[in-house]
Design a protein around this ligand. Structure first.
Ligand SMILES: NC(=O)c1ccc[n+]([C@@H]2O[C@H](COP(=O)([O-])OP(=O)(O)OC[C@H]3O[C@@H](n4cnc5c(N)ncnc54)[C@H](O)[C@@H]3O)[C@@H](O)[C@H]2O)c1
Length: 287
């Protein structure tokens, strides 16, 4: 419970840890919530996003609140990533203990191109921004030896990587790639520096990126009705992410971890069955 400052529960799980948080755009962003909680748990970190997102979003407000410095970086640019790690180490006074990749964008979705009419130039860009950037940031960090032993890297994913979700478009394939990078690089970085790499597969969440998904409000309601525990909120996702950055999960790596109120294991719930029956009965009455 975090109703007000006096009731705040803090465990100091990240005391003394240094991090880099990618992808906070505004206060709805999952990365925004992670930054707030990482701050509460005693971490020092830098915040990063593209120059455009910094200009149009409200990242500076978060920086003020958490005492973090903002460093502009396009996550697809190796030059930007190298500069980001160099500056972060300088500002924070040592190697990095945790990194959050909270980045997603599909040009095909934005431009209204459907999955069976993709523009391949857009697809390439989508994969570069939303998945290959994960490889780029990890490879850059590893080459620079920028992450401490037992450090933790987390990216955010969605169940459309495993199950076909109509309307998620080319982001389904992109999330599958993202999750695969966590497994493949988890091996290499684990072996050499004991760095762990995981993805969290999060429930539909009301954010700018989430809102871009076809029929988002209905998808959100469907997931809510299917999940015995209900959808996981951005705040709850942040709590889970903090545990993965903490020393309590040192042997968890190369995993895709569902954080979805039980959705991923469900077939059909009573609520969804009732709605389905109602829909069919309604159709039958019309005939
Ligand atoms: N919202 C959902 O329903 C949901 C569900 C599961 C997973 N996710 C994932 O969570 C992550 C965060 O998304 P969100 O929902 O908080 O939305 P968001 O729109 O707040 O965050 C997406 C971020 O990606 C950043 N970004 C885009 N291009 C970039 C680039 N080239 N370099 C650096 N940053 C770039 C944007 O500026 C933005 O800050 C994404 O990976 C998304 O796919 C979201």
């Amino acid at each position: 419970m975090r109703r007000n400052f006096n009731e705040l529960i803090m465990y100091n799980l990240l005391k003394g840890k240094r991090g880099i948080i990618f992808g906070a755009l505004d206060e709805n962003s999952i990365a925004w919530k992670v930054a707030e909680k990482a701050h509460e748990e005693g971490a020092n970190f830098t915040l990063t996003n593209t120059s455009v997102a910094i200009r149009y979003g409200t990242l500076n407000k978060l920086a003020e609140k958490t005492g973090a410095q903002v460093i502009a970086a396009d996550a697809t640019s190796l030059t930007d990533l190298e500069a980001l790690f160099t500056k972060s180490i300088e500002i924070l006074g040592g190697k990095i203990d945790f990194v959050l990749h909270s980045i997603g964008m599909s040009l095909n979705v934005r431009k209204g191109r459907t999955y069976n009419d993709l523009d391949y130039g857009f697809l390439q860009k989508t994969q570069d921004i939303s998945a290959v950037s994960f490889h780029k940031m990890i490879q850059t960090a590893k080459k620079m030896d920028a992450i401490s032993e037992w450090g933790s890297i987390v990216a955010l994913s969605y169940i459309a990587a495993q199950r076909t979700i109509f309307g998620y478009n080319d982001m389904s394939d992109t999330k599958a790639l993202l999750e695969s990078i966590a497994r493949s690089f988890g091996y290499h970085y684990g072996k050499s520096r004991k760095v762990r790499i995981n993805t969290i597969s999060q429930s539909p969440t009301k954010t700018t990126a989430g809102g871009g998904i076809y029929g988002f409000d209905y998808l959100y309601k469907y997931a809510e009705d299917m999940s015995p525990l209900g959808n996981a909120s951005a705040d709850e996702c942040a709590d889970y992410t903090i545990t993965l950055f903490s020393d309590l999960t040192k042997k968890v790596t190369m995993q895709n971890l569902f954080h979805d109120g039980g959705f991923s294991t469900m077939g059909i719930s009573q609520e969804v069955m009732d709605m389905y029956i109602q829909g069919i009965e309604c159709e039958n009455k019309k005939e």
